[in-house]
Structures are given as structure tokens and as C-alpha cells.
Design a protein around this ligand. Structure first.
Ligand SMILES: Cc1cc2nc3c(=O)[nH]c(=O)nc-3n(C[C@H](O)[C@H](O)[C@H](O)COP(=O)(O)OP(=O)(O)OC[C@H]3O[C@@H](n4cnc5c(N)ncnc54)[C@H](O)[C@@H]3O)c2cc1C
Length: 365
């Protein structure tokens, strides 16, 4: 088993670093241990801020606490989390090689040739099955399994920065749905030792009109500094820890093909990213894990033909589509600031809102 990545690990990836309940469960199944994560405490709830006020989503009763007791979500910087995943893969028998993949060749004699560039020369490897998981804008995926049905798939763009000395709640994740952030939101995700990951993300215009990143940077700055922004109170004495970074997202749901002979597309390369939250880590891990099982079973009975790999596509869609569609509906609903305000006014006083809302938010990724 060969694991190829153009970067060496540990490496950073612009992200909110929220490892939701589903993502954490998948990571533990894949060999990451509780001990590896002991520095990063469990998240106990969430706060949603809107112009109508703050909604504290945390269990307020014994029933609520029980409801949330199995919902282990954490904020773990990707520079740490992704390295743990690579190490788990290596412990499980994979060989890691730093290489940039440029092409996955046609299916011939039960294999595909993966070619590209390694640090000290050309890469050329014949593989009986290839999982393409190159993340946003993965050209290798679109070349190898062309997608001619989604003409203008939805994209997002997000920016995050790390800060020290942030006075935000240490056990709550914060989502901000201020009017000026729509269609999108801001977040403050706490890290140990008074650090936090602070970011904004939004839908990107269908055609790149340029200036997208500049606009995002302005929003991000306003989110941190504007006295009317809920984040300003927490960031008053905050010290930036490195430069902010922006990165686009390939949002779902998409209809793109997920399998071909000897090939599977997983994670964000398959558009498995929530269109409301931008959460994609759980989908990436779950789809990668499923790809492994389906390949193993296909190879047991012969070659990894498209027919034998097709359960991967069916199962991935069956599991991911309800989440992605629900997020799409919620994204459209909440994009209207007035409607969002009315919605939160209605749910705020309802007693089960705290625990149910927290459970839902922690399970989105
Ligand atoms: C600012 C921001 C905040 C986010 N916050 C969250 C969050 O809090 N929680 C959440 O669940 N999701 C979040 N997401 C989404 C999440 O980061 C992605 O959906 C997720 O990382 C997708 O995982 P992946 O493995 O498919 O792709 P990636 O994590 O992008 O990994 C792809 C890998 O492929 C490698 N690669 C790419 N091309 C090649 C090539 N040609 N050859 C070799 N290697 C290659 C890259 O180096 C990279 O290591 C956020 C995204 C952004 C941009």
C-alpha cells in the first residue's frame, strides 16, 4: 500500500480544525489513539451569535448532558491531526512517499499507472486500485473520472488565523451568523492554552471575479476588530500567531462519478463538503475508509473493475447525500438574514434547543 502526497508531514492545511463527532470516530477507527489527542479537550457545547443575540447551545439538564455524553468533538490543528493520520497509515503497513501526482493512466491489464514527480526523479507506479483524494480542485480526479454533469458546482472560500490570548469560552465552539457575513459565517474555535482558530467562510461567486480573497480578508478583519462583531470582545488582547490563510472549498452535493475501473474518488475531490458548514473532514475520512474496504473486497475476488468498486459509490452517496442535502436547504434558509433572525427568536426559548442544537452542530463534521 502506497500513500503519496506532494507535501511532507507534518504540514499545515487552512481549516477551522473542528474535528466533529463523526470525524473523530472515524479517526479512532483508523488508528489515531485517545492518547494522541489528550491535549485537546472535548467540546461541551456551542454558541451561535446572530444580530438578535446569542444562543447558548449547551445541555442545561441531566437529560441534556446524557444526550451529549457520546458526542466527542474536539478542535485539533490540522498540522497535528493530519500527521497523526499519516502515522496511523504507516503503522498499518502503508509506505509514505512525498510525490506530486500528475496523471493516473488508463486501465490496462488490471492496473493503472500513477505518474508524476518525486523529490529526486520521476514517479511511475503501477497500482491495482487508486484512491484519488487530492482535495480542492483536484485535477487528477476530474481527468481520471470526468464529471460532465455538474456545470458550475458550488464553491466556498474561507480564511482562518490563529491567535493567542483569546478570551473566548474554552469549551464552546462559536458560530456567528451576522448579517454582513451571509451567505457564510464566522467561527471562533478554542484551542488549549488560550489559543483559538478564528475564521470566516462564505459561498464564492460562480465566476471568479477576482478580489475574492481581498474581500474575504476584509470580512475576517472586521469579524475580529469591529466593536459590533461578537468576536471583538474576545479578541481585544489577542495576539496573532502566524499569518491568516485562505483556501477554497469544493462544496457538495455533486453528481460526479465516484468510481471507474481501478479508481475511486474520495473526500473533497468528490465534492464531499457540507455547503452550509464547509465541514469535510468526516466525509473525507469516512469515504477513504470505505474505499479501503471496497478495494480489499474487490481484489479478493479478482480485479478492481468498476463493477466491483461500484458499492463504494452507492454507499458513499447513500451516507453523504442526506447530510449534504439537509445542509444545502439550511444554507438557503439561513442566507436570508431576516428569516434567520426570526428562526433563532423562535427556537431560543425552547428548553431542548441547547442540547439538541449542540448535538446537531457537533455531528455535522
Ligand atoms: C478555511 C477552511 C476551514 C475549514 N474548516 C473545517 C472544519 O473545521 N471542519 C471540517 O470538517 N472541515 C473543514 N474544512 C474543510 C476541510 O478542510 C476539507 O473538506 C478536508 O480537508 C478535505 O479532506 P481531503 O483529505 O479530501 O483533502 P485535503 O485535506 O485537502 O488533503 C488533500 C491532500 O492531497 C494532497 N495533494 C493534492 N494534490 C496532490 C497531487 N497532485 N499529488 C500529491 N498530493 C496531492 C495535498 O497536499 C493534501 O495533503 C475547512 C476548509 C477550509 C478551507
Amino acid at each position: 500500500m502506497l500513500l503519496l502526497d506532494r507535501r511532507s508531514f507534518p504540514r499545515d492545511k487552512p481549516c477551522g480544525d473542528l474535528i466533529g463527532v463523526r470525524a473523530l470516530r472515524a479517526a479512532l477507527r483508523l488508528g489515531v489513539s485517545e492518547t494522541d489527542l489528550r491535549e485537546y479537550p472535548r467540546i461541551a457545547g456551542a454558541i451561535v451569535t446572530t444580530e438578535g443575540g446569542e444562543l447558548d447551545l449547551a445541555p442545561r439538564s441531566g437529560w441534556g448532558q446524557r444526550l451529549l455524553s457520546g458526542s466527542d468533538a474536539r478542535v485539533v490543528p490540522r498540522v497535528v491531526f493530519d500527521d497523526l493520520l499519516v502515522r496511523s497509515a504507516v503503522r498499518a503497513g502503508a509506505t509514505f512517499r512525498q510525490a506530486t501526482v500528475r496523471d493516473v493512466g488508463p486501465w490496462a491489464s488490471g492496473a493503472r499507472v500513477v505518474s508524476g514527480q518525486e523529490r529526486h526523479g520521476a514517479l511511475s507506479v503501477a497500482a491495482r486500485a487508486v484512491v484519488v483524494a487530492g482535495g480542492y480542485g483536484c485535477r487528477v480526479a476530474s481527468d481520471a473520472a470526468p464529471d460532465d454533469r455538474d456545470e458550475s458546482p458550488a464553491r466556498g472560500i474561507a480564511m482562518r488565523g490563529y491567535f493567542r490570548d483569546v478570551a473566548c469560552p474554552a469549551d464552546r465552539i462559536v458560530f456567528s451568523l451576522e448579517r454582513w457575513l451571509l451567505p457564510g459565517y464566522g467561527w471562533v474555535f478554542p484551542l488549549p492554552g488560550g489559543r483559538a482558530n478564528v475564521g470566516v467562510g462564505r459561498l464564492a461567486p460562480p465566476h471568479d471575479e477576482g478580489g475574492e480573497e481581498t474581500h474575504l480578508h476584509e470580512l475576517w478583519q472586521r469579524f475580529i476588530e469591529d466593536p459590533r462583531s461578537p468576536t471583538a470582545q474576545w479578541c481585544r488582547d489577542a495576539v496573532p500567531d502566524g499569518r491568516p490563510r485562505a483556501w477554497p472549498l469544493d462544496l457538495g452535493p455533486r453528481r460526479r462519478p465516484l468510481t471507474a475501473d481501478g479508481l475511486l474518488v474520495a473526500g473533497e475531490a468528490a465534492g464531499l463538503v457540507g455547503p452550509l458548514t464547509g465541514a469535510g473532514i468526516a466525509f473525507a475520512l469516512e469515504s477513504g475508509e470505505r474505499a479501503g474496504w471496497v478495494i480489499a473486497s474487490a481484489l479478493e475476488s479478482g480485479e478492481a473493475t468498476k463493477d466491483r468498486l461500484s458499492p463504494y459509490g452507492r454507499e458513499t452517496r447513500r451516507r453523504a447525500a442526506p447530510w449534504l442535502r439537509a445542509e444545502l436547504l439550511a444554507q438557503r434558509f439561513l442566507a436570508d438574514a431576516e428569516r434567520a433572525r426570526r428562526f433563532f427568536d423562535v427556537v431560543r426559548p425552547l428548553p431542548p434547543t441547547g442540547a439538541l442544537g449542540a448535538r446537531l452542530l457537533l455531528h455535522l463534521g
